[in-house]
Design a protein around this ligand. Sequence first.
Ligand code: 3PG
Length: 395
Amino acid sequence: RTLDDVSDLSGQTAMVRVDFNVPMEDGNVTDDTRLKAALPTIHRLREAGAKVVLLAHFDRPKGERVPSMSLRPVVEPLELLLHGPVRFADDCVGDEAKAAVADLDAGGVLLLENVRFHKGEEKNDPAFAEQLAELGDLYVNDAFSAAHRAHASTEGLARLLPAYAGCAMARELEALDAALGKPQKPVIGIVGGAKVSTKLDLLKNLVAKLDYLAIGGGMANTFLFAQGVDVGGSLCEKDLADTAREIIEEARRQGCELLLPVDVVVAKGVKPGIESGVRALDRIAADDLILDAGPETVARLNRAMDLSKTLIWNGPLGVFEVPPFDKATVAAAKHAAELAKAGKLVAVAGGGDTVAALHHAGTADNMTFVSTAGGAFLEWMEGKVLPGVEALRAA
Ligand code: 3PG
């Protein structure tokens, strides 16, 4: 259920779970992407005359009141984005919170202090969820990026108040469904990043669902090593060679074409502008570090994208933070964005470094959908049930 399903919001107090776990330096928000993501829901509720009470966590204070983990620094940037006042309460439950909610006019916005200052949040303690529920009339979850947590404000509350998906949550679920739920085939996945060990579940789930799977980044080295390639001094999880071979075999069985690097970019160290070169797989020296995919690899990946209708992308293809090792990621991102812009490819990306890599490539705005979620995006791609989403469905 979304906010479209609420007949009259006027005068109602909406408890809105947002994800304001934003990058912060010295008490200043350095990236407001997640604040912006919450705006459509906030506007929608205000226009309908509801009182908007925002619930969020920041960092991991583990149930303690840690001053440096207060949400107060979020107030000012949020006010700028909303062009209006945002009130703040020093606690998310109890008398202080109750008084602040009571004081709120229709259309007013109140941000409550970090829900993780209370142990009951992460324990999903029903008594704590009950205290939150007492503050409002309905619950709106707009925090897909925290939906992999079964906490009181992400899961428990959905069982205590009439529960709805917020605008960002609904958009996210729709986009994800278009990518893996009921995708237009063929579907191609790009999975990159440093280590295979952190993405085993992901790879196993994807080979069963995709038509093509391109593996890039440091984790590709383990696959190359498993196939007998000498990867020199590159990052490589040699103890996972058997697992990599199993994944290769499973992909073959499931009819998923694995795209592993056929050429690589190497250097003797990871420094901006350091001398680097393209190597065939049988020409990697003992002291070479593989830091990016080579041009022929990218050309093959781009051709596979041309043949696909849907792309799902998680993880960069090389050490994109250190040019020139950003070339493969940038080239593939540009190609995906062009296809998406021309309406030929539904291109969905998300998770940790991926968004930063797409911003670096200047293509984030041209993808069909870029998720702001890190861990939640990954768990969803792994085929896991997200408690926050499940609770909304059950409601
Ligand atoms: C995130 O930043 O990915 C979410 O806000 C979840 O934060 P957490 O990993 O501390 O639960």
